[in-house]
Design a protein around this ligand. Structure first.
Ligand SMILES: [Zn+2]
Length: 250
């Protein structure tokens, strides 16, 4: 099962979902796969208006559309997927935000795009599964950069030494940007166990099996740490979660 947002689930005429290892692209979104824009995520700030199926978007980390029948998604594996919808379901958006995007303002860029024709007060947002404050250890320099650069409480940014709380930072930024409501879907990509797997069913017969079994999500960080100990383990290429949203076609 993919994760869903209670807030977005109330909106008519849209379908959304946050991918997991079981369904990298949520099952509910798979019928619309052929409409996906072409894109390359680069931890940047560029947001593209999508007006046609399979649109070539180039390098971009945010996508906005008012056109029914075009699936917008972002790939993540520890970064934040943030999905947006106007409350009437007539416009939707998706953002990929890692620490760079959060620090440098991609959520504010999306708010600015929305405010060109409307108001974030008419929109809601949902933050999907990402590296949690429980696991996201970083350098003290990066914590300092966030605490000095953002107008947010120091303990919200870093609730324990050398850890960042990316979901909490995104939540606070979205409320500052005027969104009517913001919720969370899913949990920490690094430590959440796979609800389908019990320890007794784990058999380490292959490197891929050893890497992928036992957790709910693909995690870049977890994979990287394991590969330091066992270089034979595969990377996460092709195994990122996709999270997305579509205005249903008429
Ligand atoms: Zn965790």
């Amino acid at each position: 099962m993919s994760d869903i947002s209670a807030l977005l689930g109330q909106i008519p005429s849209i379908v959304h979902g946050f991918g997991t290892k079981e369904a990298l692209l949520p099952v509910s979104l798979q019928p619309y796969r052929e409409t996906l824009p072409e894109k390359k995520q680069v931890h940047g700030l560029r947001i593209v208006d999508v007006v046609a199926p399979r649109q070539a978007c180039g390098e971009a980390d945010g996508f906005y559309t008012e056109t029914p029948g075009i699936l917008l998604t972002v790939f993540t594996a520890d970064c934040l997927p943030v999905i947006f919808s106007r409350r009437d379901g007539k416009a939707v958006a998706a953002v990929h935000a890692g620490w760079r995007g959060l620090r440098h303002g991609i959520l504010e860029q999306m708010a600015a795009r929305i405010n060109q024709q409307g108001s974030t007060q008419d929109w809601v947002a949902a933050i999907g599964p990402a590296a949690g404050a429980c696991c996201y250890q970083v350098s003290q320099e990066l914590v300092d950069e966030f605490q000095q650069g953002l107008e947010l409480p120091a303990e919200l940014i870093s609730p324990s030494p050398r850890h960042l709380d990316l979901p909490a930072i995104a939540h606070a930024k979205l409320l500052q940007a005027g969104f009517a409501a913001v919720d969370f879907a899913g949990s920490c990509t690094i430590c959440t166990p796979d609800p389908r797997v019990t320890q007794s069913t784990l058999h380490p017969e292959s490197a891929l099996h050893r890497e992928t079994k036992g957790h709910k999500y693909t995690s870049f960080r977890r994979n990287s740490l394991k590969r330091l100990q066992d270089p034979s383990l595969p990377g996460i290429k092709g195994r990122n979660q996709q999270s997305g949203i579509i205005i249903l076609p008429d």
